[in-house]
Ligand binder design. Structure first.
Ligand SMILES: [Zn+2]
Length: 376
Protein backbone atom coordinates (compact mmCIF):
# COMPACT_ATOMS: atom_id res chain seq x y z
CA UNK A 1 0.00 0.00 0.00
CA UNK A 2 1.48 3.32 -1.06
CA UNK A 3 0.37 6.87 -0.25
CA UNK A 4 0.68 6.44 3.48
CA UNK A 5 1.81 9.00 6.02
CA UNK A 6 3.63 8.12 9.25
CA UNK A 7 1.87 8.27 12.62
CA UNK A 8 4.93 7.67 14.79
CA UNK A 9 6.11 4.58 16.66
CA UNK A 10 3.80 3.82 19.60
CA UNK A 11 5.30 0.99 21.72
CA UNK A 12 8.16 0.78 19.20
CA UNK A 13 5.91 -0.32 16.29
CA UNK A 14 6.11 1.72 13.08
CA UNK A 15 2.60 2.99 12.29
CA UNK A 16 1.38 4.60 9.08
CA UNK A 17 -2.02 5.59 7.77
CA UNK A 18 -3.36 5.58 4.24
CA UNK A 19 -4.84 8.88 3.02
CA UNK A 20 -8.25 7.17 2.77
CA UNK A 21 -8.33 7.21 6.58
CA UNK A 22 -8.69 11.02 6.50
CA UNK A 23 -11.78 10.65 4.31
CA UNK A 24 -13.33 8.16 6.75
CA UNK A 25 -12.55 10.43 9.70
CA UNK A 26 -14.14 13.41 7.94
CA UNK A 27 -17.25 11.32 7.17
CA UNK A 28 -17.49 10.10 10.78
CA UNK A 29 -16.93 13.59 12.23
CA UNK A 30 -19.69 14.89 9.92
CA UNK A 31 -22.03 12.04 10.88
CA UNK A 32 -21.53 12.77 14.59
CA UNK A 33 -21.62 16.59 14.36
CA UNK A 34 -24.51 16.94 11.90
CA UNK A 35 -26.87 14.10 12.78
CA UNK A 36 -26.11 11.79 15.73
CA UNK A 37 -25.15 14.38 18.37
CA UNK A 38 -27.75 17.09 17.52
CA UNK A 39 -30.51 14.43 17.58
CA UNK A 40 -29.38 12.99 20.93
CA UNK A 41 -28.60 16.31 22.67
CA UNK A 42 -30.35 19.17 20.84
CA UNK A 43 -29.84 22.90 21.34
CA UNK A 44 -26.04 23.31 21.32
CA UNK A 45 -23.93 25.42 18.98
CA UNK A 46 -22.41 23.84 15.82
CA UNK A 47 -18.93 24.49 17.29
CA UNK A 48 -19.72 22.20 20.22
CA UNK A 49 -21.07 19.44 17.93
CA UNK A 50 -18.06 19.68 15.58
CA UNK A 51 -15.56 19.65 18.45
CA UNK A 52 -17.17 16.51 19.87
CA UNK A 53 -17.48 15.01 16.35
CA UNK A 54 -13.80 15.55 15.53
CA UNK A 55 -12.74 14.23 18.93
CA UNK A 56 -14.94 11.17 18.36
CA UNK A 57 -13.39 10.58 14.92
CA UNK A 58 -9.86 10.89 16.34
CA UNK A 59 -10.70 8.46 19.16
CA UNK A 60 -12.16 6.09 16.55
CA UNK A 61 -8.84 6.19 14.68
CA UNK A 62 -7.16 5.53 18.05
CA UNK A 63 -9.45 2.49 18.48
CA UNK A 64 -8.40 1.09 15.10
CA UNK A 65 -4.79 1.66 16.07
CA UNK A 66 -5.31 -0.08 19.45
CA UNK A 67 -6.82 -3.08 17.62
CA UNK A 68 -3.79 -3.39 15.32
CA UNK A 69 -1.32 -2.79 18.15
CA UNK A 70 -3.09 -5.64 19.96
CA UNK A 71 -2.07 -7.96 17.10
CA UNK A 72 1.41 -6.42 16.79
CA UNK A 73 2.35 -6.51 20.48
CA UNK A 74 1.15 -10.08 21.05
CA UNK A 75 3.07 -11.15 17.91
CA UNK A 76 6.23 -9.46 19.13
CA UNK A 77 5.77 -10.86 22.64
CA UNK A 78 5.73 -14.33 21.05
CA UNK A 79 8.95 -13.68 19.16
CA UNK A 80 7.54 -12.79 15.72
CA UNK A 81 8.97 -9.83 13.84
CA UNK A 82 6.53 -6.98 13.13
CA UNK A 83 7.33 -4.75 10.15
CA UNK A 84 4.70 -2.08 10.60
CA UNK A 85 1.05 -1.30 11.12
CA UNK A 86 -0.95 0.46 8.41
CA UNK A 87 -4.39 1.96 8.93
CA UNK A 88 -6.65 2.33 5.93
CA UNK A 89 -10.24 2.66 4.85
CA UNK A 90 -11.34 -0.83 5.99
CA UNK A 91 -9.47 -0.81 9.29
CA UNK A 92 -5.85 -1.78 9.50
CA UNK A 93 -3.24 -4.36 8.70
CA UNK A 94 -0.23 -5.56 10.65
CA UNK A 95 2.64 -6.68 8.45
CA UNK A 96 4.52 -9.68 9.79
CA UNK A 97 7.20 -11.22 7.55
CA UNK A 98 7.14 -14.60 9.34
CA UNK A 99 4.18 -16.91 9.76
CA UNK A 100 3.25 -18.03 13.28
CA UNK A 101 5.15 -21.26 14.02
CA UNK A 102 2.39 -22.96 16.03
CA UNK A 103 -1.43 -22.96 16.07
CA UNK A 104 -1.32 -21.56 19.60
CA UNK A 105 0.69 -18.50 18.50
CA UNK A 106 -1.48 -18.03 15.41
CA UNK A 107 -4.58 -18.08 17.64
CA UNK A 108 -3.13 -15.62 20.16
CA UNK A 109 -2.06 -13.12 17.49
CA UNK A 110 -5.39 -13.33 15.63
CA UNK A 111 -7.60 -13.00 18.69
CA UNK A 112 -5.59 -10.13 20.25
CA UNK A 113 -7.12 -7.49 17.93
CA UNK A 114 -10.80 -8.28 18.52
CA UNK A 115 -10.16 -8.70 22.26
CA UNK A 116 -8.60 -5.21 22.32
CA UNK A 117 -11.67 -3.85 20.49
CA UNK A 118 -14.02 -5.60 22.98
CA UNK A 119 -12.11 -4.11 25.91
CA UNK A 120 -12.10 -0.65 24.29
CA UNK A 121 -15.84 -0.99 23.61
CA UNK A 122 -16.56 -1.96 27.20
CA UNK A 123 -14.36 0.92 28.43
CA UNK A 124 -16.14 3.54 26.28
CA UNK A 125 -19.58 2.21 27.25
CA UNK A 126 -18.57 2.32 30.92
CA UNK A 127 -17.38 5.91 30.46
CA UNK A 128 -20.64 6.85 28.73
CA UNK A 129 -22.53 6.18 31.98
CA UNK A 130 -20.24 8.53 33.90
CA UNK A 131 -19.99 11.36 31.34
CA UNK A 132 -22.83 13.85 30.95
CA UNK A 133 -24.44 15.18 27.74
CA UNK A 134 -22.57 15.22 24.46
CA UNK A 135 -19.43 13.59 25.91
CA UNK A 136 -21.55 10.68 27.14
CA UNK A 137 -23.26 10.24 23.75
CA UNK A 138 -19.88 10.35 21.95
CA UNK A 139 -18.44 7.76 24.36
CA UNK A 140 -21.49 5.55 23.86
CA UNK A 141 -21.09 5.77 20.04
CA UNK A 142 -17.39 4.86 20.38
CA UNK A 143 -18.33 1.94 22.64
CA UNK A 144 -20.84 0.44 20.20
CA UNK A 145 -18.52 1.12 17.24
CA UNK A 146 -15.70 -0.79 18.94
CA UNK A 147 -18.02 -3.69 19.77
CA UNK A 148 -19.19 -3.76 16.14
CA UNK A 149 -15.54 -3.71 15.03
CA UNK A 150 -14.79 -6.70 17.27
CA UNK A 151 -17.82 -8.68 16.07
CA UNK A 152 -17.20 -7.90 12.38
CA UNK A 153 -13.56 -8.91 12.65
CA UNK A 154 -14.53 -12.18 14.35
CA UNK A 155 -16.60 -13.32 11.32
CA UNK A 156 -15.03 -16.71 10.59
CA UNK A 157 -13.39 -16.13 7.22
CA UNK A 158 -9.87 -15.18 6.10
CA UNK A 159 -8.53 -12.54 5.77
CA UNK A 160 -10.58 -11.36 8.78
CA UNK A 161 -9.25 -12.10 12.28
CA UNK A 162 -12.05 -14.63 12.78
CA UNK A 163 -10.74 -16.48 9.72
CA UNK A 164 -7.25 -16.60 11.29
CA UNK A 165 -8.82 -17.90 14.50
CA UNK A 166 -10.67 -20.58 12.52
CA UNK A 167 -7.43 -21.43 10.71
CA UNK A 168 -5.55 -21.84 14.01
CA UNK A 169 -8.29 -24.10 15.40
CA UNK A 170 -8.41 -26.31 12.26
CA UNK A 171 -4.59 -26.41 12.24
CA UNK A 172 -4.60 -27.52 15.88
CA UNK A 173 -7.29 -30.16 15.29
CA UNK A 174 -5.91 -31.64 12.05
CA UNK A 175 -2.21 -30.84 12.37
CA UNK A 176 -2.40 -29.78 8.72
CA UNK A 177 -1.54 -26.10 8.28
CA UNK A 178 -2.22 -26.09 4.54
CA UNK A 179 -5.67 -27.58 4.95
CA UNK A 180 -6.44 -25.08 7.72
CA UNK A 181 -5.39 -22.22 5.42
CA UNK A 182 -7.61 -23.50 2.63
CA UNK A 183 -10.57 -23.95 5.02
CA UNK A 184 -10.23 -20.38 6.33
CA UNK A 185 -9.91 -18.98 2.80
CA UNK A 186 -12.97 -20.91 1.54
CA UNK A 187 -14.92 -19.73 4.56
CA UNK A 188 -13.76 -16.16 3.84
CA UNK A 189 -15.10 -16.44 0.30
CA UNK A 190 -18.52 -17.53 1.64
CA UNK A 191 -18.60 -14.85 4.38
CA UNK A 192 -17.64 -12.20 1.80
CA UNK A 193 -20.33 -13.27 -0.67
CA UNK A 194 -22.98 -13.38 2.12
CA UNK A 195 -22.02 -9.83 3.18
CA UNK A 196 -22.17 -8.69 -0.45
CA UNK A 197 -25.65 -10.20 -0.88
CA UNK A 198 -26.83 -8.68 2.43
CA UNK A 199 -25.48 -5.32 1.29
CA UNK A 200 -27.24 -5.53 -2.08
CA UNK A 201 -30.53 -6.55 -0.39
CA UNK A 202 -30.18 -3.58 1.96
CA UNK A 203 -29.55 -1.28 -0.99
CA UNK A 204 -32.24 -2.56 -3.36
CA UNK A 205 -34.91 -3.62 -0.87
CA UNK A 206 -34.63 -0.88 1.74
CA UNK A 207 -32.99 1.78 -0.43
CA UNK A 208 -30.22 2.24 2.13
CA UNK A 209 -26.91 3.39 0.74
CA UNK A 210 -25.11 1.81 3.70
CA UNK A 211 -25.83 -1.41 1.78
CA UNK A 212 -23.48 -0.28 -0.97
CA UNK A 213 -20.69 0.02 1.60
CA UNK A 214 -21.43 -3.45 3.00
CA UNK A 215 -21.56 -4.95 -0.49
CA UNK A 216 -18.18 -3.36 -1.28
CA UNK A 217 -16.62 -4.81 1.86
CA UNK A 218 -18.15 -8.20 1.06
CA UNK A 219 -16.74 -8.23 -2.48
CA UNK A 220 -13.35 -7.17 -1.18
CA UNK A 221 -13.35 -10.00 1.39
CA UNK A 222 -14.40 -12.65 -1.12
CA UNK A 223 -11.78 -11.38 -3.57
CA UNK A 224 -9.01 -11.45 -0.92
CA UNK A 225 -10.08 -14.90 0.27
CA UNK A 226 -9.92 -16.28 -3.26
CA UNK A 227 -6.48 -14.73 -3.75
CA UNK A 228 -5.37 -16.50 -0.55
CA UNK A 229 -6.83 -19.76 -1.76
CA UNK A 230 -4.74 -19.47 -4.92
CA UNK A 231 -1.54 -18.38 -3.19
CA UNK A 232 -1.93 -20.15 0.14
CA UNK A 233 -0.67 -23.68 -0.55
CA UNK A 234 2.13 -22.66 -2.91
CA UNK A 235 4.97 -22.03 -0.38
CA UNK A 236 4.31 -25.38 1.31
CA UNK A 237 4.21 -27.24 -1.98
CA UNK A 238 7.30 -25.47 -3.31
CA UNK A 239 9.26 -26.61 -0.27
CA UNK A 240 8.55 -30.22 -1.27
CA UNK A 241 9.50 -29.84 -4.96
CA UNK A 242 13.16 -30.58 -5.69
CA UNK A 243 15.06 -28.94 -8.55
CA UNK A 244 15.99 -32.40 -9.84
CA UNK A 245 12.27 -33.13 -10.38
CA UNK A 246 11.50 -30.10 -12.51
CA UNK A 247 14.79 -29.49 -14.34
CA UNK A 248 15.27 -29.93 -18.06
CA UNK A 249 17.85 -32.71 -18.24
CA UNK A 250 20.71 -32.77 -20.77
CA UNK A 251 20.30 -29.14 -21.93
CA UNK A 252 22.04 -27.67 -24.95
CA UNK A 253 25.30 -26.34 -23.52
CA UNK A 254 27.85 -23.79 -24.63
CA UNK A 255 31.36 -25.28 -24.61
CA UNK A 256 33.45 -22.82 -22.61
CA UNK A 257 36.53 -23.41 -24.70
CA UNK A 258 34.76 -22.43 -27.96
CA UNK A 259 35.31 -18.95 -29.32
CA UNK A 260 32.33 -16.60 -29.40
CA UNK A 261 32.30 -16.80 -33.19
CA UNK A 262 32.52 -20.60 -33.17
CA UNK A 263 29.65 -20.97 -30.70
CA UNK A 264 27.49 -18.41 -32.54
CA UNK A 265 27.27 -20.80 -35.50
CA UNK A 266 26.33 -23.69 -33.22
CA UNK A 267 23.76 -21.57 -31.32
CA UNK A 268 21.97 -20.71 -34.56
CA UNK A 269 20.60 -24.26 -34.68
CA UNK A 270 19.42 -24.31 -31.03
CA UNK A 271 16.08 -22.90 -29.93
CA UNK A 272 17.39 -21.15 -26.82
CA UNK A 273 18.56 -17.67 -25.93
CA UNK A 274 20.45 -18.59 -22.75
CA UNK A 275 22.90 -21.47 -22.36
CA UNK A 276 24.73 -23.18 -19.52
CA UNK A 277 28.49 -22.99 -20.11
CA UNK A 278 30.54 -26.13 -19.38
CA UNK A 279 34.24 -26.91 -19.26
CA UNK A 280 35.88 -29.60 -21.39
CA UNK A 281 35.33 -32.20 -18.63
CA UNK A 282 31.62 -31.32 -18.19
CA UNK A 283 31.95 -29.06 -15.16
CA UNK A 284 29.41 -26.21 -15.16
CA UNK A 285 31.11 -22.81 -15.33
CA UNK A 286 28.25 -20.34 -15.66
CA UNK A 287 25.54 -19.03 -17.95
CA UNK A 288 25.73 -17.04 -21.17
CA UNK A 289 23.03 -15.43 -23.29
CA UNK A 290 23.04 -14.58 -26.99
CA UNK A 291 22.66 -10.94 -25.94
CA UNK A 292 25.86 -11.14 -23.87
CA UNK A 293 27.77 -12.74 -26.76
CA UNK A 294 26.44 -9.99 -29.03
CA UNK A 295 28.11 -7.38 -26.86
CA UNK A 296 31.57 -8.83 -27.58
CA UNK A 297 33.12 -6.51 -30.23
CA UNK A 298 33.07 -8.01 -33.70
CA UNK A 299 36.87 -7.89 -34.21
CA UNK A 300 37.66 -9.98 -31.07
CA UNK A 301 34.88 -12.62 -31.40
CA UNK A 302 37.27 -15.04 -33.07
CA UNK A 303 39.78 -14.75 -30.22
CA UNK A 304 37.44 -14.50 -27.17
CA UNK A 305 36.37 -17.73 -25.53
CA UNK A 306 32.80 -18.23 -24.26
CA UNK A 307 34.01 -19.01 -20.73
CA UNK A 308 35.70 -15.58 -20.60
CA UNK A 309 32.41 -13.70 -21.01
CA UNK A 310 29.89 -15.97 -19.25
CA UNK A 311 28.18 -14.98 -15.98
CA UNK A 312 29.70 -17.03 -13.18
CA UNK A 313 28.43 -17.72 -9.67
CA UNK A 314 27.20 -15.84 -7.72
CA UNK A 315 25.82 -13.94 -10.74
CA UNK A 316 24.21 -17.24 -11.74
CA UNK A 317 22.99 -20.03 -9.48
CA UNK A 318 24.44 -23.50 -9.03
CA UNK A 319 22.38 -25.94 -6.96
CA UNK A 320 22.14 -29.63 -6.14
CA UNK A 321 19.21 -31.72 -7.46
CA UNK A 322 17.91 -32.15 -3.88
CA UNK A 323 17.58 -28.36 -3.38
CA UNK A 324 13.93 -27.37 -2.76
CA UNK A 325 12.50 -24.96 -5.34
CA UNK A 326 11.51 -22.60 -2.52
CA UNK A 327 15.20 -22.11 -1.65
CA UNK A 328 16.10 -20.60 -5.03
CA UNK A 329 12.78 -19.03 -6.03
CA UNK A 330 13.56 -15.51 -4.87
CA UNK A 331 16.98 -15.51 -6.51
CA UNK A 332 16.28 -16.44 -10.12
CA UNK A 333 14.71 -14.67 -13.01
CA UNK A 334 15.63 -11.17 -11.92
CA UNK A 335 18.49 -10.79 -14.40
CA UNK A 336 17.75 -11.59 -18.00
CA UNK A 337 20.48 -13.68 -19.54
CA UNK A 338 21.48 -15.19 -16.19
CA UNK A 339 18.15 -16.71 -15.28
CA UNK A 340 19.03 -20.39 -15.53
CA UNK A 341 19.67 -22.44 -12.39
CA UNK A 342 22.43 -24.96 -13.14
CA UNK A 343 21.63 -28.24 -11.43
CA UNK A 344 24.92 -29.93 -10.57
CA UNK A 345 25.29 -33.56 -9.56
CA UNK A 346 28.73 -35.06 -8.71
CA UNK A 347 30.41 -31.96 -10.14
CA UNK A 348 28.77 -32.43 -13.56
CA UNK A 349 25.90 -30.45 -15.11
CA UNK A 350 22.78 -32.62 -14.76
CA UNK A 351 20.21 -30.14 -16.05
CA UNK A 352 18.87 -26.59 -15.92
CA UNK A 353 15.81 -24.95 -14.39
CA UNK A 354 14.56 -22.05 -16.53
CA UNK A 355 11.99 -19.36 -15.64
CA UNK A 356 9.56 -21.27 -17.88
CA UNK A 357 10.12 -24.45 -15.80
CA UNK A 358 9.46 -22.45 -12.63
CA UNK A 359 6.34 -20.77 -14.06
CA UNK A 360 4.96 -24.13 -15.17
CA UNK A 361 5.64 -25.64 -11.74
CA UNK A 362 3.94 -22.72 -9.95
CA UNK A 363 0.89 -22.96 -12.18
CA UNK A 364 0.67 -26.71 -11.58
CA UNK A 365 1.11 -26.16 -7.82
CA UNK A 366 -1.92 -23.86 -7.86
CA UNK A 367 -3.87 -26.58 -9.67
CA UNK A 368 -2.70 -29.12 -7.08
CA UNK A 369 0.52 -31.01 -6.46
CA UNK A 370 -0.89 -34.20 -8.04
CA UNK A 371 -1.12 -32.51 -11.44
CA UNK A 372 2.65 -32.04 -11.38
CA UNK A 373 3.35 -35.72 -10.73
CA UNK A 374 0.88 -37.14 -13.21
CA UNK A 375 2.11 -34.71 -15.89
CA UNK A 376 5.63 -36.11 -15.72
ZN1 LIG B 1 -7.52 -7.46 13.42
Amino acid sequence: MNATFPLGRPAGVRVGAHWSVLLIMALLAGLLAQSLLPEAVPGRSPAVYWTAGLLGAVLFLGSLLAHELGHALVARHRGLAVDRVTLWVLGGSTEMPDEPPTPRTAFAVAVAGPVTSLLAGAGFLGASFLLPGIAGVTASWLGWTNLALAVFNLLPGAPLDGGRVLQAIVWRLTGDKRRAQATAARSGNVVGLLLAVAGLVELLWFGSFAGLWLAGIGWFLAFSARAELAAGPAPEVLGRIRLGEIMTPDPVTAPGWFTVRGFAEQAASARFRTFPVVSFDGRPLGVVSLARLGRVPEQVRASTRVEDVCARPPACLLAAPETPLSAVLGRIGNRPGQDLVLVVSDGVLAGVVSPADVARTLELAVLGAEARRSAR
